[in-house]
Design a protein. Structure first.
Length: 265
């Protein structure tokens, strides 16, 4: 299982050091060793280097992901952060097309495809987010929205595989109506979407699914039992390192084999 803490626009250097110290002092790592549970942290760009070095200095088996990446790799693009920049500081993955990027910053499906291809080509782990809003779900538009978001990604991944690129790849189902609302999708909701995405497209290799949307220690065990899922992408709940560790231990106790897509180097 791949457990990713998305810090969004939170944390400071001092808080990050405290967070990593809590993780470092935990005795959980011995029990996680060999469990196939992997943990990732996605801080804001300004702290990526600090988190990478902090994890290395504490010898923690955690990978660092960026919350976004530019569609450009270099040049006169003020304010952008390119894939070479992320590679240079040891970042291992990228969250792409998060609902907040789509909603507030007008991220397009075309940009999501470009960023996914850049990630795969760089041997970076892409976590491609998708999901419908509450109004779209109420109008019965869930599958049509999901198809419009996933179809171009599928085509891009297929082309990448045809070029011999074998980098791991994740899809993160994050129903917009569940994010931060305290209302999470049910296992049945998640299963029907994962089943649709898996069967609607002829994937060159079966996609691995993460779920994000009001995940907590109260529901993570029941959600983890769902065979469609290979992990979670969680925001505010995992700003607390104790909550992240507790969730990892709850998932570990299930000892359920899942399709893995990432390995800590």
């Amino acid at each position: 299982m791949f457990l990713v803490a998305n810090w969004k626009m939170n944390m400071t250097r001092a808080l990050i050091d405290e967070y990593l110290d809590v993780l470092s002092e935990s005795s959980i790592w011995g029990t996680l060793d060999g469990s196939r549970i992997r943990i990732g942290i996605a801080p804001s760009h300004v702290y990526l280097d600090h988190v990478v070095l902090g994890i290395q200095n504490r010898d923690l088996p955690i990978i660092v992901l960026a919350q976004d990446v530019s569609t450009r790799t270099s040049g006169a693009f003020t304010g952008e952060v390119g894939m070479p920049n992320l590679l240079d500081i040891g970042v291992k993955g990228v969250v792409i097309g998060h609902s907040e990027r789509r909603r507030f910053f007008h991220e397009t499906d075309e940009n999501v495809v470009i960023k996914t291809d850049l990630s795969l080509s760089a041997d970076m782990v892409p976590i491609v987010c998708f999901g419908e809003s509450g109004s779209q779900r109420k109008r019965g538009k869930t599958f049509s929205v999901v198809k419009s978001q996933i179809e171009p990604v599928f085509k891009g991944v297929k082309k990448a595989r045809e070029r011999g690129i074998t980098s791991p790849f994740y899809l993160a189902y994050e129903p917009v109506w569940a994010i931060g609302s305290g209302q999470n999708a049910t296992p049945a909701d998640i299963h029907e979407v994962a089943k649709y995405v898996s069967e609607e497209f002829s994937w060159p290799d079966p996609p691995a699914f993460l779920y994000g949307g009001s995940v907590s220690s109260d529901n993570i065990r029941s959600l983890s039992s769902l065979g469609d899922l290979s992990g979670f992408l969680v925001g505010s709940a995992w700003l607390d390192p104790h909550a992240l560790l507790h969730s990892a231990d709850l998932v570990r106790q299930l000892n359920r084999p899942v399709r893995e897509g990432v390995h800590v180097k």
